[in-house]
Unconditional design. Structure first.
Length: 270
């Protein structure tokens, strides 16, 4: 009799205990993934610190692909870093952690592709008819092979729908937003995105004031729809523009042309 009275309580306790363990396991996996993600980027930070070089007065961050290619230790460091990223699950990460993860992965793969094919003069040479490497399924993500295009368009642009994604990705070209000298990190992601956007918009790579109007980076043509939530391309640019550029836009200067320089952002050529 006494045993039968306690059976429902025992069953309830076991159910609650199993749910608690399950929740804790999920929490621990997510926490472990978060720690692993933040700790793992230190190798990428070392690569960036050693090989990213700011060019003055242009403000373009160049990369020393030749020096990286000659350093067996740092080449191994880059490859080990990419292997560590393959072991992570971005689906377990918080939003900013996942965005930083994908951007670091994209940029590191790009550096690897250019370095192992050095001395190309443009990343577009890494594909037939100057098509580049972007559609090649060479990146292991969980159990799937994906391309750089998949990361940029099917994941980052499609899932997170932020114009600031464009300032995080570097295509190893002179007109691209800078490859930063530090990795992207979740903790200060928004501030770093704003800084990268402001830096790019106020450079001639993004906006040039011509006699007949504005010449913009082709990024603002290719991905025009990504800036609609900011009121359109010009309103987005206006948010980050310096005084001279802001005055020109407010006077009603129109977009007249677009341009993009695919020359490699190589320190030895610039």
């Amino acid at each position: 009799m006494l045993k039968s009275l306690f059976l429902p309580f025992i069953f309830l306790f076991l159910t609650l205990d199993n749910n608690l363990v399950s929740n804790l396991n999920g929490y621990n996996k997510a926490e472990a993934q978060s720690f692993k993600n933040s700790a793992g980027d230190s190798d990428w930070d070392l690569i960036l610190k050693r090989y990213v070089i700011k060019s003055e007065p242009s403000g373009v961050n160049l990369f020393n692909y030749s020096a990286l290619r000659k350093s067996s230790d740092d080449w191994a460091l880059l490859n080990n870093y990419l292997t560590s990223l393959e072991g992570m699950d971005p689906d377990l990460m918080l939003k900013n952690e996942a965005i930083a993860y994908y951007a670091n992965l994209y940029n590191a793969v790009t550096v690897k592709l250019v370095t192992e094919n050095y001395q190309i003069k443009s990343i577009r040479k890494l594909g037939p008819l100057n098509s580049g490497p972007w559609k090649r399924k060479i990146i292991k993500l969980n159990t799937e092979l994906v391309s750089l295009d998949d990361i940029e368009h099917k994941i980052l642009r499609s899932k997170y729908k932020s114009p600031y994604i464009h300032y995080m990705l570097n295509c190893a070209s002179m007109s691209c937003p800078n490859l930063q000298a530090t990795s992207w990190k979740a903790d200060n992601l928004e501030a770093d995105q704003l800084m990268a956007a402001t830096e790019y918009i106020n450079s001639s790579r993004a906006v040039t004031l011509k006699t007949n109007g504005l010449q913009l980076s082709s990024i603002y043509k290719w991905f025009k729809e990504d800036f609609e939530n900011d009121g359109g391309v010009l309103d987005h640019i206006l948010t980050h523009a310096n005084k001279d550029l802001k005055n020109a836009i407010e006077r009603g200067v129109k977009i007249k042309s677009y341009n993009y320089d695919w020359t490699l952002n190589d320190v030895t050529d610039n």
